[in-house]
Design a protein around this ligand. Structure first.
Ligand code: OSB
Ligand code: MG
Length: 368
């Protein structure tokens, strides 16, 4: 495969409803897409970085800058033989995992499409459909939250994740349990909104039989999570803290988490995600696939990853309609609470040209 360059495409997709987390409220998704162009093939990588550095230090404009200034020129100087050679070729550049992931995914998609191989098979998937959960944002009132959860359960979602923050934690969890019962698979995600002194507050969630508490403390506070795990009964799951397979191994060894949320963008791509899956499986630690409000392109790849054997909990692999009225690709639609794993070559999906044109706000060509 001879790469000739990369197209950076900015798109703006309105959300069906505002999505509020402990770090901010989003009403639209500004996405950076990378299209790898080879003579005979092309491939897509969706960058998960958000517009502002609130979930992670990376943000979309920084990704564009590091791609343009460092990562693409490095590949131009020594073109990678295949997708597996991308991470080693970019290793000397610190961090910027979301940028690296988008580049690697675009090259991987191009390579797999040219070879006629689905990403799911490449990664080692063992299922042709995956069970789906949904991430429910912070609302203005408990009543609004109960209506939202009611709607998602009616759609068939098999697991509910509530976003929490100080002041919006025990009360919404109690209300959801009282209204929908103890059988609903329920978990919470704090996106680092608590501190080490909140152990008693977080232990107050124990009676509600949650599957897990996701990332209560700061991204860098592995020891804090390990201490917290000794004081709460609910399993701790890490998201922001897990930036690599080594970070996952360290967190597990220190007792900082019993479950891991795998987000390919956050860890530098799908190949590193598979290594995290393998490390966790070797330790008997369940993993599930997180999300970053992906369009159909990123969603297709996440669903492929979620079909690996160690993904034993439903992920944030929601249907397209959870976020977008019109997706960039053929929409992912829930069927009995599951999404089908794409079976075509590469990601198995492509942007619909008219829709892509409609939502595009800028295009830049980076030659190799
Ligand atoms: O912490 O999992 C998170 C969305 C944006 C940034 C961080 C997170 C999330 C979600 C939604 O919880 C996941 C999704 O449905 O894509
Ligand atoms: Mg999270």
């Amino acid at each position: 495969m001879k790469l000739t360059g990369f197209e950076l495409r900015r798109v703006r997709m309105p959300l069906v409803a505002p999505f509020r987390t402990s770090f901010g409220t989003q009403t639209g998704r500004e996405v950076l897409l990378v299209r790898a162009v080879a003579g005979d093939a092309e491939g897509w990588g969706e960058c998960v970085a958000m517009g502002d550095p609130l979930y992670s230090s990376e943000y979309a404009e920084a990704v564009a800058d590091v791609l343009r200034r460092f990562l693409v020129p490095a590949l131009a100087a020594g073109p990678p033989a295949d997708a597996a050679a991308v991470a080693p070729a970019l290793h000397r550049f610190k961090g910027h995992r979301m940028a690296k992931a988008a580049l690697e995914t675009a090259i991987l998609d191009a390579e797999l499409r040219a070879a006629g191989r689905p990403l799911s098979r490449e990664l080692g998937a063992v299922r042709d459909r995956v069970p789906c959960g949904v991430s429910v944002g912070i609302m203005d009132s408990i009543g609004e939250l109960l209506d939202a959860v009611d709607g998602y359960l009616a759609e068939g979602y098999l697991r509910i994740k509530l976003k929490i923050q100080p002041g919006w934690d025990v009360a919404p969890v109690r209300a959801v349990r009282e209204r929908f019962g103890d059988d609903v698979l329920l978990q919470v995600d704090a996106n680092t909104a608590y501190t080490r002194s909140d152990a008693a507050l977080l232990a107050a969630l124990d009676p509600f039989d949650l599957l897990l508490i996701e990332q209560p403390l700061d991204e860098e506070d592995i020891v804090g999570h390990a201490d917290l795990a000794k004081r709460v009964r609910t399993p701790i799951c890490l998201d922001e803290s897990i930036t690599s397979a080594r970070a996952a191994a360290d967190a597990i060894r220190l007792g900082a988490c019993a479950i891991v949320n795998v987000k390919p963008g956050r860890v530098g791509g799908y190949l590193e995600s598979r290594r995290i899956h393998d490390v966790c499986a070797a330790h008997g630690v369940p993993v599930w696939c997180g999300g970053m409000l992906e369009t159909g392109l990123g969603r297709a790849a996440n669903v492929a990853l979620a079909a690996l054997p160690g993904f034993t909990l439903p992920g944030d692999t929601s249907a397209s309609g959870r976020y977008f009225r019109t997706d960039l690709t053929e929409p992912f639609v829930l069927d009995g609470g599951h999404l089908a794993v794409p079976s075509g070559p590469g990601l198995g999906v492509e942007p619909l040209p008219e829709i892509l044109a409609e939502v595009t706000t800028g295009i830049e060509w980076l030659p190799l």
